[in-house]
Design a protein around this ligand. Structure first.
Ligand SMILES: O=C(CO)[C@@H](O)[C@H](O)COP(=O)(O)O
Ligand SMILES: [Fe+2]
Length: 217
């Protein structure tokens, strides 16, 4: 699988999203991770399809939208229209997981399922054959700058094993507490897409992306 760095704009300057997203692209990031939070599924409120649409003309990066919301199905049409490339929905957020993932695919976006640190892989086994990606949260969702939870990597390894046993080809993304100190652990477990917010944006963005990429060689 191809490695990708997906910096999270949750740690960017909210007054300068367009500038910051262009810096990411120039620094060689492959994706931009966009954390959409509704203040209900998690205790934080960020932005929605309006900001995604406003950023679209400023960037060719793959827009990896991570939905931490209740009723994720309500966001499918607005995000597809806004130019989102993928939508990651939490397995804990909807009783209609299979149907909602199918709707995302029908809308022309990549469909991805997310599990919180406390949710087992077993819970998403029925949808593994239909997803483009599984996102394993390595912190509890809601805020940037939290400490990496190493136990979540057991689920990354389990997913990687299931993927080869069943000959599937979804990406495995990790999100939360990824830095130059933790990225190798996630890579060894089997992840290939790495979200990093505070590590990338604290200090020199270009240098920090370079440091992450060096660990993937
Ligand atoms: O989804 C989330 C938080 O809920 C993330 O995408 C964070 O933005 C990652 O931030 P860091 O842990 O890398 O600072
Ligand atoms: Fe995220």
């Amino acid at each position: 699988m191809e490695y990708k760095i997906a910096p999270s704009i949750l740690s960017a300057d909210f007054g300068h999203f367009a500038r910051d997203i262009q810096t990411l692209e120039a620094a060689g990031a492959e994706w931009a991770h966009i954390d959409i939070m509704d203040g209900h599924f998690v205790d934080n409120l960020t932005f929605g399809a309006g900001v995604v649409a406003a950023l679209r003309p400023h960037s060719n990066l793959f827009f990896d939208c991570h939905l931490m919301v209740e009723h994720p199905e309500k966001y499918i049409e607005p995000l597809a229209k806004a130019g989102a490339d993928s939508m990651s929905i939490h397995a804990e957020a909807t009783p209609h997981l299979h149907g909602t993932l199918q709707q995302i695919k029908n809308a022309g976006m990549k469909a991805s399922v997310v599990i919180n640190p406390g949710t087992p892989v077993e819970f998403i086994k029925p949808v593994l054959s239909m997803v483009d990606m599984v996102l394993v949260m390595s912190v509890n969702p809601g805020f940037g700058g939290q400490k990496f939870i190493p136990e979540t990597m057991e689920k990354v390894a389990e997913l990687s094993e299931i993927r080869s046993e069943r000959q599937l080809n979804f990406d495995i993304e990790v999100d939360g507490g990824i830095s130059d100190l933790t990225i190798e652990t996630a890579k060894k477990a089997g992840a290939n897409v790495f979200v990093a917010g505070s590590f990338v944006f604290n200090g020199d963005v270009t240098e920090n992306i370079y440091k992450l990429k060096e660990k993937l060689k």
